[in-house]
Every structure is written in C-alpha cells, then in structure tokens.
Design a protein. Sequence first.
Length: 263
Amino acid sequence: MLTAIVPVKNEEERIGLLLQRLLSMEQVRQILVILNGSNEETRLEAEGVFRQAAAKIKLISFKEPLGIDVPRAIGAHLALIGGLPYALFVDGDLVGEFITELQELIVNSVSRKLDLALVDCYPYGQALTGPLFYFRRLLNEELGFWPKLGIATPSHGPHLVSRRLLSAVPCEDFAVPPTLLVHAQQLALQVDVAKAIPHLQLGSSVKNHQHSKLIVDTIAGDCLEALCLARRQTRQREHEGRKYLGYHSKRRFDLLKAFLAAN
C-alpha cells in the first residue's frame, strides 16, 4: 500500500527500534532508509535490521551528508519509481510510542482521499509564539489552510503523500518541505490534518540550543521560500531585513541532482 521513507543521520540506538516498528505495520510494503552521511554505529544498526527483512527494506547510503531534508527528496524520487499509491515520511530519530496513531493517520488519509495528510503536533491549544510558529502560521494563512491546519506543516511530524502529489512536485522541493503545501494548493489537491500526535509523544532526539536555533531558522526560511512560490515571486529567505538560513546552506542539491541523473 505504501512506501515508508526514513531519513537517517546519526541515530544509533534509535533507528533500529523505529524500523522494527515500521515493519510491524501491515500497510507498509517497503521501507527506504536514506543514510545521510551516517556514522558507523547508525549504519551497522540499520544493516542489522535490513538482514532480518531484506525483502522489505532498502538501504540507500551516502558517505557525504546531504543536508537537512534532502534525503526526503531522494526517498520521494525512489517511491515514485516504486509505484505504490502513498509515501509515508518518518524521521529516523523518532522512537516515541506512536505507531497506533501512525496507523490511524494512514487509515484516515486513505478514507478521506487526502493527497497531503499532516500531523497536528500541538493539539492542546497551547499559546505558541516565536518566529517558527509565526512563519508557519503566515504560510498557512496565505494559502487559506489556517482554519483546518493551524500551524501543521510537512516540516514537523510524520506525513503521508499521495502518488498524485508525489508525481506533480519537483523532486528538489521535497527538500524544502513547506513548499509541498503550496504545490498541493495550486493543484487543488486535498490537504488536511489526519491525526494528532503531540510533539513529546514523537520521541525525537534532544539536541543542543544552537541546533534548535538553526532548525528554527531553517524552517522559517523554508516558509519564506514557500510564500514566494505561492506568490509566484523569486524565492528568497529574507524577512524585514533578516535572512533565515539555518541549515539551508548545508543542503547538497548538487548531490541530489547527480543522484537523480543517475537514477
């Protein structure tokens, strides 16, 4: 029924558990593990699970780091070639107890014929402030999605993409996740929240303050790019005199281009 796309950096003691949980889901026919310049411990852990389920898992390994979200574009391309009707994106560091919710996300998405099915990671009406939430809201308001999506975004949490959307989006835009919202809106495809999974329940790895700041700037800049795409303007990452780059400069679109040309 679907291909699971799992980007992985250095997720030892995490990736094995996530893969075992995905293998337990009957809806998952194939798992694409994109090893993104991963350390040896992570690679060996992924290979250990692969040996147990080689018919279902495919490892795609890059020695050089691709940068944040670029592995999603690799996975999207391979999932499109694979021909299954849906692709499920799940980050490789997520080890929370959410498989039941993930199954419900899939069931809800298919029954409602959604093309982009998102997770609400803040379902309790918290007061959310700061640039990350500001730009997520700004984009969703621009697209007319705010009433039904709130600040939900493909940048945060597992999400399901239909083959319709997968085939219509330029592959490199999967590396800038908020742009998926724009493409779906412009193509008049079906977008909605299909399940609530609180952020803490996802069990993502805890990094340092500097990493968190760079993630905020990355997603904020991605939302600004998406706003430009929605307005059919030249894409840029600046707002009120400040550029939101984050990890964007580390994204290896050159390696992505080379992979696409060879595959």
